[in-house]
Ligand binder design. Structure first.
Ligand SMILES: [Zn+2]
Length: 86
């Protein structure tokens, strides 16, 4: 089951003012409010959570795009994480 990430639109409690994850079915209705405090939340479009435990190989590091390149190629769109952790 996919895990979606949400974040309070503004304010919120300790639970939702930073990102929190909710495991939901593909067709589940997205949350609109924090389950703890009821603050409005928005769903973040994040990378799929894939269970990869091994670190990137040297080859993968070499082909890793810079943010500028990814932006030019439109790859950064929708990856909310890239904007949160700078
Ligand atoms: Zn909350």
């Amino acid at each position: 089951m996919p895990i979606y990430e949400y974040k309070a639109v503004s304010g919120g409690c300790e639970h939702c003012k930073r990102r929190f994850e909710v495991r939901q079915g593909m067709n589940a209705t997205p949350l609109v409010e924090c389950p703890r405090c009821g603050a409005p939340v928005e769903r973040l479009l994040s990378r799929p959570h894939i269970c990869v435990v091994e670190p990137l190989s040297e080859k993968e590091k070499l082909v890793k795009r810079t943010p500028e390149e990814a932006d030019r190629q439109g790859l950064i769109e929708g990856f909310a994480e890239d904007r949160i952790y700078e």
